[in-house]
Design a protein around this ligand. Structure first.
Ligand code: GDP
Ligand code: MG
Length: 438
């Protein structure tokens, strides 16, 4: 998706006058890319209209500014879709927060519950889990296993078949014991069906949750729109968690789900481990969708990994627009420390477009680092411009066992990276805000 949307926006970059014709063509390209990414047809239609309206309002602005305004409108309208402007329920200290998870079987509820508990445990909340899924064999064992790993108290039964009774008893007990985050797992059965919705409603009445979280599998394509709509109609959804964004899920379904429920997205799940979980930030999500690379998440992860001192120094430098090959080397080193490369790679502008995905991308990063290992200090610190020194490029390639073309690719990647860093530095984004980068 990213590639196509970006291409549509870039096409506009190359023309000097943004006529209605150019705008229409661009909107058509964007709509096609969104549809292909599983965004619901009606949502795409609304988006197109909203952008057109804004472009018309700003018609008197000419040339480069108009182009910027339209690009901004595209991003803003996408952000508007994934951020319905509703403040999601916030878990509060010192009181029981009952959170009920719903969604179809296989959506990732039980996995998400473990991630959710882990997330709040780390923030110092007393968490616990209740298994009200009596439909699927092994559901209780699965929850128990996760809870044990997390040292998190749990409640459930092998013999009691009534999910409403279990939910009510478990929640009542944990409320009494003054737990702060009481998470209730429910059954998803196989399909959206009356029996499932009835069970959900009964549990809801019995436990009076503070938040009902709808778990949505991003790999479900266009089907998620209808799914979200019927869950929302059956049980007023408070917020959404989108799972399985680590695979080849296009993410467009998330936009449709929010459009259908009006409920804000709380977290994104991107793997089977407890840590594959991040709070949702609308602008980051959209910029990732647009293929611009999500620098604000990356910057935050780097901050978490290397601590603040070194980071502040680096950010200070970046904000002045300085970004040498050595800086990029250090960034890559940090990326290496961050764990599963495939995920982090996708957040670096320039890398996803180079065709490397998953481990392939990781190998590319390693090869880049070998090349930089073969550079002199002058080259790394930008005192010599390698782009104007083909013989040096050849030497670096020989020294690292790579091809000069690969070295040139590294230099292009650095240019791209430098451009983003400079742009972000100027916008103050490096200082930790989550302003947009377009
Ligand atoms: P439930 O039926 O809704 O409780 O779904 P489960 O939590 O049992 O998850 C169903 C399957 O999806 C399991 O194999 C999980 O490991 C997997 N799963 C859940 N979340 C994610 C995710 O974010 N990424 C990936 N790749 N797999 C996930
Ligand atoms: Mg389950």
């Amino acid at each position: 998706l990213g590639g196509k949307l970006t291409a549509a926006l870039q096409k506009m970059q190359s023309v000097t006058v943004i006529s209605e014709e150019v705008l229409d063509k661009m909107l058509k390209d964007i709509a096609a890319a969104l549809l292909e990414a599983d965004v619901n047809v009606r949502v795409v239609g609304q988006l197109r209209k909203a952008i057109k309206t804004r472009a018309a309002l700003e018609e008197e602005v000419a040339g480069a500014n108009r182009r910027k305004l339209i690009q901004r409108a595209v991003v803003d309208e996408l952000v508007n879709i994934v951020d319905p402007g509703v403040t999601p329920h916030e878990v509060k200290k010192g009181k029981p927060n009952v959170i009920m998870f719903v969604g179809l079987q296989g959506a990732g509820k039980t996995t998400t519950i473990a991630k959710f508990a882990n997330y709040y445990q780390r923030k110092g909340f007393k968490c616990c889990m209740v298994c009200a899924d009596t439909f699927r064999a092994g559901a209780y064992d699965q929850l128990k296993q996760n809870a044990t790993k997390l040292r998190c108290p749990f409640y459930g039964s092998y013999t009691e078949a009534d999910p409403v009774a279990i939910a009510a008893e478990g929640v009542a007990q944990f409320r009494k014991e003054k737990y702060e985050v009481i998470i209730v797992d429910t059954s998803g059965r196989h399909r959206q069906e009356a029996a499932l919705f009835e069970e959900m409603q009964e549990i809801r009445v019995a436990i009076e949750p503070d938040n009902v979280v709808f778990v949505l599998d991003a790999t479900q394509g266009q089907a998620v729109h209808e799914q979200a709509t019927s869950f929302h109609e059956a049980i007023d959804i408070g917020s959404v968690v989108v799972t399985k964004l680590d695979g080849h899920a296009k993410g467009g379904g998330a936009l449709s789900a929010v459009a259908a429920t009006g409920a804000p997205i709380l977290f994104l799940g991107s793997g089977e481990h407890f840590d594959d979980f991040e709070p949702f930030v609308a602008r980051s999500f959209v910029s990732r969708l647009l293929g611009m690379g999500d620098m604000s998440t990356l910057v935050k992860q780097i901050k978490d990994t290397i601590g603040d001192d070194k980071n502040d120094e680096m950010m200070e430098k970046f904000s002045k627009g300085e970004f040498t090959l050595r800086d990029m080397y250090e960034q890559f080193e940090n990326v290496m420390k961050l764990g599963p490369l495939s995920k982090v790679m996708a957040m670096i502008p320039g890398i996803p477009q180079m065709g490397g995905e998953g481990d392939e991308g990781g190998n590319r990063l390693k090869r880049f680092m070998y090349m930089m290992d073969s550079m002199t200090d002058d080259e790394l610190d930008g005192r010599v411009d390698l782009n104007r020194a083909p013989s040096r490029v050849d030497r670096v390639a020989r020294g690292s066992g790579t091809h000069p073309m690969e070295v040139q690719m590294l230099l292009r990647c650095h240019k791209q990276f430098e451009g983003v860093v400079t742009k972000m530095g100027k916008s103050g984004l490096m200082k930790g805000g989550d302003e947009q980068m377009v």
